[in-house]
Design a protein around this ligand. Structure first.
Ligand SMILES: C[S@@+](CC[C@H](N)C(=O)[O-])C[C@H]1O[C@@H](n2cnc3c(N)ncnc32)[C@H](O)[C@@H]1O
Length: 277
């Protein structure tokens, strides 16, 4: 059954995915080490089958496909048609064997129980019912299968998320707020909540460790991440020209001190979570 929360999230990603399609190369460059950390933590070996949840344009699915080799299988699942289409196109263009993509809601899709591992880079924080979703993902595993995913720690530990919002707030009628107990980017910031969700969904041997990744980026890339990819993007799309300009200038001014010799550093503060089904 599809609830209004499910439909809201699907509609949200329908819109948000445009930015992820447009800025795929930048996002993949900034987050490549996180995909590698996830597939490493999953302990994938040749010939295994792996499910990548909320796969977006496929970077983690491709990293997993390399690990399991041509005799293995990596299936990326995503709720956004635009991102699944891009992932399929990239797999074809790059000739990546063993990577397939499925357009489906990972919370409810009835997966065959054929996977050795479930992985995700930032694709599991958006479920309206996370316990139901993680129970569903556990059913996709063969007995004793593994889980490995990355999720953001708190907004305070990820200042490049907070600084643009704070700079934009005076110009917006309703500034966006990050919630750490509801579906969204920071839904799993509280590691006690992550553990409780996974335990309630039947996972065991749960381990949650900090993962911090620092990547260089230019001032223009920093602005793109702040205005075009993050939570300000949908708000600015709907805003008038005057608000867009005022927010752009305020965000640029707030970010300028972070840039030295044309280069800033984006530090991603995440949890690396592993468990067994
Ligand atoms: C932050 S993006 C991460 C994308 C990708 N894993 C990456 O790292 O580039 C979150 C992704 O989760 C997907 N998503 C959200 N809810 C989902 C659901 N219920 N089932 C499948 N995918 C979902 C979104 O469409 C989006 O592509």
């Amino acid at each position: 059954m599809s609830t209004s929360a499910d439909r809201d999230m699907a509609a949200y990603w329908d819109r948000a995915s445009q930015a992820w399609v447009e800025h795929q190369a930048l996002l993949d460059r900034l987050m490549a080490p996180i995909a590698e950390a996830v597939v490493e933590a999953a302990g994938l070996v040749n010939g295994e089958s792996v499910l990548d949840v909320g796969c977006g344009s496929g970077a983690t699915t491709f990293a997993a496909a390399w690990r399991v080799g041509p005799t293995g299988r990596a299936l990326g699942v995503d709720i956004s048609g635009a991102l699944v289409e891009l992932a399929r196109r990239r797999a074809g263009e790059d000739g990546i064997e063993g990577a397939e993509f499925l357009l489906a809601d990972a919370q409810t899709h009835a997966f065959d129980p054929v996977f050795d591992a479930v992985v995700s880079r930032f694709g599991v924080m958006f479920f309206p019912d996370p316990v139901a979703a993680f129970a569903n993902l556990r059913r996709a595993l063969k007995p004793g299968g593994r889980l490995a995913f990355a999720a953001w720690r708190s907004p305070e530990e990820n200042p490049l998320s907070l600084i643009p919002l704070r700079a934009a707030a005076p110009f917006l009628p309703e500034p966006p707020r990050f919630e750490t107990n509801a579906p969204g980017r920071f839904a799993f910031a509280d590691q006690a909540r992550v553990r409780a969700v996974l335990e309630a969904a039947g996972w065991r041997e749960i381990a949650i460790t900090p993962l911090d990744v620092a990547r260089p980026l230019s001032f223009d890339e920093l602005l793109t991440m702040s205005l075009r990819v993050g939570p300000l993007n949908p708000i600015l799309k709907d805003a008038g020209e005057a608000v867009r300009r005022a927010v752009g200038e305020a965000v640029a001014a707030a970010l300028t001190p972070l840039v030295q010799d044309g280069v800033a550093t984006m530090t991603s503060a995440c949890w690396l979570v592993t468990a067994r089904g």
